[in-house]
Design a protein around this ligand. Structure first.
Ligand code: PEP
Ligand code: MN
Length: 357
C-alpha cells in the first residue's frame, strides 16, 4: 500500500502552509532584503532556488552553493525556516549540510524516476528521513508518475511528505503558463487524504495578476497551502520576473484571501446536497425517458425513409429552450451546451437504429 503512515509535513496547525520567496537566490543582498520584508509580514518559510533547471543553456542557472550560506543567514537573522529545490545527490548533500529545513523536488525532476531514486537513496543514506519534502507535479499531466515520485521517497523511509500543484506544461500561448488541470491534484487528494497538497499559483499563472485569483481558487478547493514567488524587486529578477510579486503585494494578496473552514458545520450543506441528489436523479430519469422517445422517433424516421437530422427542428429546439432558460435566469449559452450534448447523443442513438437491420 502506497503512502501510508504519513506524518504532518510542517506542523499540526490547521492554518494554510505559506511558503514565499524569490524564484532564485541571486545575491546576498537580494535574498536578505526579500527575507527581511517577508519575515516582517509574518511569513515563516522562505523559498529560493539555488540550482535552477533552465530550458536552454545560457540562462541564469542559479548561484549554487554560495546561495546556501545566504539562506542560512536569512534563517539566523529572521528566524525563517528555509526551503530549496534539489535535483541531484550532491544538491541534497549540500542543502542539508548547510541547514536547509525543507526540500522540494522540481517538476522536471519528479518526471524522472532515475533522479527521484537517486534523491530518495541519498536521503536514506544520510539518515535524513525526517526532512520534509514536497514533490511538485511532473511537467506532463501524469498522476501515476507524480505518485511514483512520492512513493520512491516513501520507500526510502520518508514520512513527512507533501505535494505541490504547479500546473502542467502546454504548447503555445494560453492564459496560464502551466495548465491547472485541477482534477489531477484533486484525484491525488482523493487517493491520499492524509497527504498535504499545496498550490503554486506563480508557476501555474506565469503572471502577477493571476497569483491572487489562483490562490483563492486553491483555498476554495481545500488545498493545504500555497507556495508563492516573491522578490524585493521583481522587474529586475533573473528568473521568472513576470510572475513574482513584492513582499508588500504578497502581504496584500494574503490579507485578502478567504480561508474556508474545513471543520465548518455541514448541517445546512447536507440538506442542500440532499436536494441536489434528488434533482440529479430526476434529471437522469428524465434524460433516460427523452432518449427512449428519441429512439422511437428514430424508428419512425427509418420506417418512413426520413433522414435522421432535420435542421429546422433542431434550430427551433435550441431557440425555444435557450429563450426559456433565459426567462429562468440561466445563461442561454450554458443551455446551448447542455442541449447540444443531449442532441448529439439522440442523433447517435437514432443512427444506431438506422444501422440495425
Ligand atoms: C521553481 O519553483 O522556481 C521552479 C523551477 O518550479 P518548477 O519546478 O515548478 O518549474
Ligand atoms: Mn520560478
Amino acid at each position: 500500500m502506497a503512502l501510508t503512515d504519513l506524518e504532518p509535513i510542517i506542523d499540526r496547525s490547521t492554518e494554510p502552509i505559506i511558503i514565499a520567496g524569490p524564484c532564485s537566490a541571486e545575491t546576498e543582498e537580494q535574498l536578505l532584503t526579500t527575507a527581511a520584508e517577508l519575515a516582517a509580514n509574518g511569513i515563516k518559510i522562505l523559498r529560493a532556488g539555488i540550482w535552477k533547471p533552465r530550458t536552454k543553456p545560457g540562462g541564469f542557472e542559479g548561484v549554487g552553493k554560495p546561495g546556501l550560506a545566504w539562506m542560512a543567514k536569512a534563517k539566523e537573522l529572521y528566524g525563517l525556516k528555509t526551503a530549496t529545490e534539489v535535483a541531484t545527490r550532491q544538491h541534497v548533500i549540500d542543502a542539508l549540510e548547510s541547514g536547509i529545513d525543507i526540500l522540494w523536488i522540481g517538476a522536471r525532476t519528479s518526471a524522472n524516476p532515475f533522479a527521484m531514486q537517486e534523491i530518495a537513496d541519498t536521503l536514506a543514506e544520510l539518515g535524513a528521513q525526517n526532512v520534509p519534502v514536497f514533490v511538485k507535479n511532473p511537467v506532463n499531466p501524469d498522476l501515476e508518475l507524480w505518485i511514483g515520485a512520492l512513493e520512491r521517497l516513501h520507500n526510502a523511509g520518508l514520512r513527512r511528505l507533501g505535494a505541490i500543484h504547479r500546473g502542467f506544461s502546454v504548447y503555445g500561448k494560453h492564459l496560464y503558463r502551466n495548465l491547472p488541470q485541477w482534477h489531477i491534484p484533486i484525484e491525488l487528494r482523493r487517493r491520499f487524504p492524509d497527504l498535504p497538497v499545496i498550490c503554486d499559483p506563480s508557476h501555474i499563472g506565469g503572471k502577477r495578476e493571476l497569483v491572487s485569483p489562483l490562490s483563492q481558487q486553491a483555498l476554495d478547493m481545500g488545498f493545504h497551502g500555497l507556495i508563492i514567488e516573491s522578490h524585493c524587486d521583481p522587474d529586475c529578477a533573473l528568473s521568472d520576473k513576470a510572475q513574482q510579486v513584492t513582499p508588500e503585494v504578497l502581504n496584500y494578496i494574503l490579507s485578502q484571501l478567504v480561508v474556508r473552514d474545513p471543520q465548518g458545520t455541514t448541517e445546512g450543506l447536507s440538506t442542500l446536497r440532499r436536494q441536489i441528489d434528488e434533482i440529479d436523479s430526476e434529471l437522469v430519469e428524465l434524460l433516460a425517458k427523452r432518449m427512449r422517445i428519441s429512439r422511437e422517433i428514430g424508428l419512425f424516421k427509418k420506417e418512413h425513409r426520413m433522414p435522421v437530422l432535420q435542421m429546422g427542428r433542431h434550430d427551433e429546439i435550441m431557440k425555444s429552450r435557450c429563450a426559456a432558460a433565459k426567462e429562468l435566469d440561466m445563461d442561454p449559452s450554458f443551455m446551448q451546451t447542455v442541449l447540444q450534448a443531449i442532441h448529439e447523443e439522440s442523433v447517435r442513438q437514432q443512427i444506431e437504429i438506422f444501422n440495425k437491420r
